[in-house]
Design a binder for this molecule. Structure first.
Ligand code: 6PG
Length: 248
């Protein structure tokens, strides 16, 4: 179904069904990219929603995806060591990377153990080298949404929402009270496909603001509009609970 933002909307029963559907979309995108370019470049998110999806990819899809052709990047990272419980890399490592065979050179983590600006610069250089371009064109970007409309580590009111040049920037999270490194809007909006994964009743209000008929008030997630790519919203029933009937 087309939404007000002309994105594709899929609603599934619960978080488990969402993980399965997300894994299928991941595999389809990987097959398409590998057939066209010989590799698949994807940026992962952290938070609680993608964990199940990663586990599903690491088990049911362990042998169904050409992991040696997959390059894993991240949308954002907390400035903590790689084995820290809040590390987005660690989540993906525990649920996915540790279960598959993927060359170490294909895992482009954000080095959260470095100083934030240094980690952002290092990550930008890694992306530019991989894509051989000034702007990365990810085949797929997985994003979540916070109840306040944040996505990746782009928070409402943050000055980095105005960034036009840099691909990754350090940002201090006023709610979590720690530094993070995040992809910027130009990097997100150069993607070929963005997949938002949203579950739970606590997200129903923001989901309705973002993809219902309500006006969008500059929420960071609403600023993700790939210039030459598409957006898929994958929601569970709870997250879709406040969408108007003609949208859902
Ligand atoms: C992070 C994310 C962040 C996340 C949203 C939604 O690392 O925390 O990049 O943007 O996707 O906060 O998180 P949940 O999936 O946990 O609701």
């Amino acid at each position: 179904m087309e939404t007000a933002l002309s994105a594709l909307l899929r609603i599934v029963e619960d978080p488990e069904a969402l993980a399965k559907e997300g894994a299928k979309l991941f595999m389809d995108a990987s097959e398409q990219a590998i057939a066209q370019q010989g590799r698949f470049s994807v940026a992962l998110s952290g938070g609680s929603t993608p964990g199940r999806l990663f586990r599903h990819l690491g088990t049911a899809y362990r042998k169904k995806i050409a992991w040696d052709r997959v390059h894993l990047f991240w949308c954002d990272e907390r400035c903590v060591p790689r084995d820290h419980e809040q590390s987005n890399f660690r989540l993906a490592y525990d649920e996915l990377i540790s279960r598959i065979w993927i060359p170490a050179a294909n895992v482009h983590r954000i080095k959260g153990e470095l100083r934030p600006e240094e980690a952002a610069r290092y990550y930008e250089a890694d992306m530019k080298k991989h894509f051989d371009e000034d702007m990365p064109s990810f085949d797929l970007i997985l994003l979540g949404v916070g109840p306040d409309g944040h996505t990746a580590s782009l928070f409402p009111g943050s000055e980095i929402l105005r960034e036009r040049q840099r691909l990754a920037l350090p940002v201090f999270s006023d709610t979590a009270l720690h530094w993070r490194v995040t992809l910027t809007l130009p990097a997100l909006n150069a993607a070929r496909r963005v997949l938002f994964l949203v579950t739970g009743r606590s997200k129903a209000g923001i989901v309705s603001s973002l993809i219902g008929r309500n006006e969008v008030h500059g929420f960071p997630a609403a600023l993700v509009r790939p210039s030459a790519g598409d957006i898929i919203w994958l929601l569970d029933r709870d997250a879709a609970a406040e969408l108007p009937e003609d949208v859902s």
